[in-house]
Design a binder for this molecule. Structure first.
Ligand SMILES: *Cc1c(COP(=O)(O)O)cnc(C)c1O
Length: 364
């Protein structure tokens, strides 16, 4: 079978290893495995969401309200926008896919940071668009600006950035946006914004202010991280109505489920859960920073719910990740990003203790 030529260049995205797989491969019991690999919320999901799902369990035979009216209304109230400014996706990932298919043609240029979320380039490659990257690990807007000369049709700015953890100041992003052509769509991937906003208000980007000032910008948020709903697959994007209308032409009906929809609405109602998650996150992150110092690792100050630990040349981060894996500790090896580093999601206190303990054993 001859599939489209573009597909030959695409490497299938490797998702974080699920607990079930490690249990099978290494014969470790399920409940002894600690997964600090996919930036999930260690507290799980808000109890209010769980109660709502229990209540709605008998509704699975019903399709959801495909306009997602209640969820859009709740998001619109939170962000001070209108329902028509919002699109809902099966994770914000799916919205990047909508954007790709609505905007990009073969040969178009997509600009992103040197290391960034792998799916941006995979979607671009699907339609034969070309991804160009800055040359710095950290998001550096001067490096982005230099590449504007390539006339990108789409730019991704991920703040806080995955997998590095750095975040940009709002004012710097706005200054950069003034230099971008109004024919270029700029995605602000704000998957970890709830964490950054807790740590430093200068990092907070309000979607309304962003899209009022820059009609070519789109803000992408998700319920997968601070809201603890990775398994439910709900994301959203906010932009001016013309952009949202174009994206809706790509969206299939019922792209999130009846239960996901209810979960997201309920999760938005429990902001205390989000605040507790963010507070815990940075309290525990300080322990990782101290730990890194103790072992001669360096780290990028992180505004998200993970930390990238950078190894010196004489130590292999991949080997450490594999050794941890055999003991039931799943972290993310960043070798595929050309970094001798691991990314560790900040876990519960006991999970972080276990990481420190295993790492200490292995390091000798
Ligand atoms: C997790 C993540 C997303 C969103 O993922 P979904 O689960 O698809 O909503 C988007 N961007 C980055 C950088 C992420 O890490």
């Amino acid at each position: 079978m001859q599939f489209r030529e573009e597909l030959e260049k695409i490497r299938t995205y490797e998702a974080g290893k699920p607990i079930e797989l490690i249990a099978r491969e290494f014969g470790v019991a399920d409940n002894e495995i600690v997964k600090l690999a996919s930036n999930e919320n260690p507290f799980g999901t808000s109890p209010k969401v769980k109660a709502k799902i229990a209540e709605l369990i008998g509704k699975m035979h019903r399709y959801p309200d495909d306009s997602y009216f209640a969820l859009k209304t709740a998001l619109a109230a939170k962000y001070g926008v209108e329902n028509g400014n919002i699109i809902i996706g099966g994770g914000s990932d799916q919205i990047f896919e909508f954007i790709t298919h609505a905007l990009l043609e073969r040969g178009d240029i997509v600009l992103q940071n040197k290391i960034s979320f792998a799916m941006y380039a995979i979607y671009a490659a699907q339609v034969g668009a070309q991804t160009i990257r800055t040359d710095t690990n950290r998001h550096d807007l001067n490096a982005f600006e230099k590449l504007l000369i390539e006339n990108p049709k789409l730019i991704y700015i991920c703040s806080p950035s995955n997998p590095y953890g750095d975040a940009l100041d709002k004012e710097d992003i706005f200054t950069f946006l003034q230099k971008v052509s109004d024919q270029t769509l700029v995605v602000i991937d704000a998957a970890y914004m709830e964490y950054a906003a807790f740590k430093d208000k200068r990092k907070l980007i309000e979607p309304k202010e962003l899209t009022d000032r820059f009609p070519n910008a789109i803000y992408a948020g998700t319920f997968s991280k601070a809201y603890g709903l990775g398994g439910m697959r709900v994301g959203y994007a906010i932009a001016q109505k013309g952009i949202i209308e174009a994206l809706h032409k790509i969206r299939a009906p019922f792209n999130i489920t009846t239960l996901s929809l209810a979960a997201a609405i309920e999760a938005l109602n429990d902001q205390a859960f989000v605040a507790k998650s963010a507070e815990h996150n940075f309290k525990e992150m300080a322990r990782y920073e101290a730990f890194a110092g103790e072992f001669g690792l360096t780290y990028e100050p992180s505004y998200a719910n993970f930390i990238a630990l950078l190894f010196s040349k004489d130590r292999s981060a991949s080997a450490a990740a594999n050794a941890l894996l055999k003991r039931g500790m799943i972290v993310r090896d960043l070798a595929s990003y050309d970094l001798n580093a691991i990314r560790v999601t900040i876990g519960l206190e006991s999970e972080n203790d276990r990481f420190f303990e295993l790492f200490r054993e292995l390091w000798r």
